[in-house]
Design a protein around this ligand. Structure first.
Ligand code: SF4
Length: 500
């Protein structure tokens, strides 16, 4: 089985290491073949070794499932996991086999630096069970572990074999799991969504802070029953008056009810991984912070978008460590007003010691000039310790009639120049079509990174007017909803009708 069979698509969006290192690996031959090598058990992470017997591989996975961090931080249903696992023959053996006690259940421990930190609440037990089953069925899945402090040149021949397996045949996405930063997980359908914070993977050309991957333990088509991410409008209030605004908004526009918001996040928890809070300016909602905290409690990542200057003003007022911590691991979209406003935000953030905040610069095709975006990228590279990330949005007709639209529009963005500038580029569905993005990348790159059309894995919910649609595009049919979670039924029916 090839790696790509497991990882169906990647999104660079959103890192791990200590002295110990370990991963599930592809063995050179089916594991039941006798291979020479170091002893198979010991202290995970510190000694170089390869685990190849099915029960040892599953033991490693179970040790991850049962490790202190997962248990204590996630408080997931631990007995349920044991019950699920006990249904599987080998899993049950690993759990209860007395003769293996010396390295069986009692050894289901992971070196402190090797634990996977996975946040996903209710779906975590199911994930470990599916992973264990998959590993059992795949004869070439093994585990290699070792110690990063060792000089590779000083390793014995046997240790060297484990070293090579680990460094050359680690299975994505498991080599990205670690303890320094968490991985977030959800199950939108017959597959998992995994969002890794802190990934560095040269082989896949993925060397960015955050990567989201669809991971399936089968070869069937992916069937999302829940949107992977939802664009959620929480307010129609905005202090700005951009001529190109395609939203209904005003300085005193209405907000959504907190109760409707909780209805939504409570019902999508465990399935939908991310929501994108928008408006209007989401920072105008009087319960904005509460909404961020609430989504995080439910295990949903509440990204949001605001203007660079609006975030600057907010950050000047709300910068205690507790307030900054609230936004850790979220995506904060900054709509570009000017490179110098972006510079103010980035310098303030770095000065506050909050450079863990994850920013994405939002620019609009035909509204933002390539020169300004290039300058913003340069400013980012000079002031902020992360890769510049730019989300290019397609131009949509303004909501309020504008007479001289054609005269206001600038040249389409030059994506070759943006790419040469060293930014991570992302595009919405509309920008992909307007800029012909598919023509810029090799087919295999497109297949790996393309996330799908609007409505295929995503949707839009307007919680202010209680409506939903495939996307927020003007002209897209909107469906009234009484309860926020009814929107998910609409998503399913679009998909069933093949109209996503
Ligand atoms: S584009 Fe955004 S910031 Fe500008 S008026 Fe519309 S909602 Fe406000």
């Amino acid at each position: 089985m090839e790696m790509k069979t497991l990882v169906r698509s990647l999104r660079i969006g959103y890192e791990t290491n200590s002295s110990s290192t370990h991963s599930l690996v592809w063995l050179p031959e089916p594991r039941r073949t006798e291979l020479e090598g170091p002893p198979r058990m010991g202290s995970y992470g510190w000694e170089w070794r390869v685990l190849r017997e099915p029960e040892d591989v599953v033991g490693y996975i179970l040790a991850q499932a049962l490790c202190r961090d997962v248990r204590e931080r996630e408080r997931y249903d631990f007995p349920m996991l044991l019950e699920l696992l006990a249904e599987d023959g080998v899993c049950r053996d690993v759990l209860i086999r007395p003769e293996k006690e010396e390295y069986g259940f009692s050894a289901l421990r992971i070196d402190h630096a090797s634990e996977w930190i996975i946040r996903g609440y209710a779906v975590v037990p199911q994930f470990f069970r599916d992973l264990a089953e998959w590993a059992l069925k795949n004869e070439r899945v093994g585990v290699a572990t070792g110690n990063d402090n060792d000089d590779p040149e000083a390793l014995s021949e046997e240790e060297r074999r484990a070293y090579e397996l680990l460094h050359e045949h680690a299975i994505a996405p498991f080599k990205w799991l670690g303890r320094d930063r968490p991985t977030f997980i959800s199950k939108p359908g017959n597959y998992y969504l995994m969002l890794f914070t802190g990934v560095w993977d040269e082989e896949l050309g993925v060397c960015r802070e955050v990567v989201r991957a669809r991971v399936a333990f089968h070869d069937k088509p992916l069937r999302p029953e829940w949107p992977e991410s939802i664009d959620v409008k929480i307010t129609e209030q905005c202090p700005f008056d951009c001529w190109f605004c395609f939203e209904r908004r005003s300085r005193d526009g209405p907000h959504c009810r907190l109760k409707d918001y909780e209805d939504l996040v409570g019902n999508i928890a465990g399935h939908t991984l991310e929501i994108a809070l928008g408006g209007g300016d989401p920072l105008c909602h009087p319960h904005c912070e509460e909404m961020v905290d609430m989504a995080k409690r439910y295990g949903v990542i509440p990204n949001f978008t605001t203007k660079d200057i609006s975030w600057y003003r907010y950050l000047r007022e709300h910068n205690s460590p507790e307030e900054l911590e609230r936004f850790r691991y979220l995506g904060i979209g900054l709509s570009l007003t000017s490179p110098w406003n972006l510079e103010k935000v980035l310098k303030l953030t770095a000065g506050l010691g909050a450079d863990f905040l994850y920013y994405v610069l939002h620019v609009i095709n035909r509204v933002h000039r390539t020169e300004d975006v290039l300058e913003a990228i340069e400013v980012w590279k000079e002031t902020y310790p992360s890769y510049p990330k730019v989300l290019v949005l397609g131009f949509k007709p303004p909501f309020c009639p504008v007479e001289d639209v054609e005269e206001r529009l600038v040249e389409p963005l030059d994506i070759e120049k943006l790419r040469e500038a060293g930014a991570v580029l992302m595009f919405d569905d509309l920008a992909i079509r307007q800029l012909g993005v598919e023509d810029y990348v090799p087919p295999e790159t497109w297949r790996m990174f393309y996330q799908g059309r609007d409505g295929e894995y995503t949707m839009f919910i307007d919680l202010v007017r209680m409506e939903c649609a495939r996307s927020s595009m003007p002209g897209e049919e909107r469906y009234p909803i009484k309860k926020a979670y009814e929107a998910i039924d609409h998503f399913r029916s679009w998909r069933e009708r093949g109209g996503a």
